[in-house]
Write a protein that binds this ligand. Structure first.
Ligand SMILES: Nc1nc2c(ncn2[C@@H]2O[C@H](COP(=O)(O)OP(=O)(O)OP(=O)(O)O)[C@@H](O)[C@H]2O)c(=O)[nH]1
Ligand SMILES: [Mg+2]
Length: 221
């Protein structure tokens, strides 16, 4: 049995829709950021604290993906920005079609940033381009510093690794320097921000990184 051709077909269809989404985002000047992590690393917590720091007029919105429940969308909606939940009903990742459907009727031209929280999973979401400009992988200090080596594709394809829950470092045996080294071994280009969604430490650096993604690309030469 050979499953590869079918998988290729699904992925190429996904790539086609992702390219349409990317065009739409670029046309509207919307920065789309795709968040990937294992369940519970703190994707929603990172978004909650990020939204909490924004002025009410800020042009941001969130799509939140989970297999079941709208818990995350309800958590995020408390900050007053548009939020929609994508319940995949069993699928372990978001795909571009799910995002495209969830965006129906949403005026993207009025959005500067669209955050997409993927389904908690360090494997499946990796292969699915959602048309995002930036991809963030969240690793928390309770997961072990070897995860970049065990799930290299996810870290290889990320632009930024957020090392979350650093408030717990005094209580768990976790070597942050080694986690950084492991991430850079699989992806020498990866940027890294250490932070705590509980204390807010590291959020200036996170905000700076996010703002830098919004900046228009400057042509050299
Ligand atoms: N101590 C500590 N706990 C945190 C931090 N960030 C998140 N948590 C806790 O970790 C748990 C999971 O956080 P979530 O934000 O729900 O994680 P998630 O990645 O969105 O989880 P899924 O959407 O289920 O994949 C919650 O109990 C959070 O309060 C942090 O910086 N420090
Ligand atoms: Mg979540």
């Amino acid at each position: 049995m050979n499953r590869i051709p079918m998988e290729r077909k699904v992925l190429s269809e996904n790539d086609r829709i992702a390219a349409e989404l990317r065009d739409t985002y670029e046309r509207n000047g919307t920065l789309c950021v795709n968040f990937i992590s294992a369940p519970g690393s703190g994707k929603t917590a990172l978004l909650e604290r990020t939204l909490a720091g924004y002025d009410p007029g800020r042009r941001v919105a969130v799509l939140s993906g989970d297999i079941q429940t709208d818990n995350d969308a309800r958590r995020l909606a408390r900050y007053g920005f548009p939020v929609r939940q994508i319940a995949t009903g069993g699928t372990c990742h978001l795909d571009a079609r799910m995002v495209q459907s969830a965006l129906e009727g949403w005026p993207l031209e009025s959005l500067d940033i669209l955050f997409v929280e993927n389904v908690g999973n360090l494997v499946c979401p990796t292969s699915y381009d959602l048309g995002e400009r930036a991809r963030v992988v969240v690793l928390s200090v309770t997961e072990g510093e070897d995860k970049p080596l065990k799930y290299p594709a996810t870290f290889y394809r990320a632009d930024l690794m957020v090392l979350n829950k650093i408030d717990l470092l005094p209580y768990v045996p976790f070597d942050a320097t080694l986690a950084h080294e492991n991430a850079r071994r699989v992806n020498p280009r990866i940027e890294i921000v250490n932070l705590s969604c509980t204390t807010g430490e590291g959020f200036h650096e996170w905000d700076r990184w996010l703002e830098a993604q919004r900046a228009p690309t400057v042509a050299v030469g």
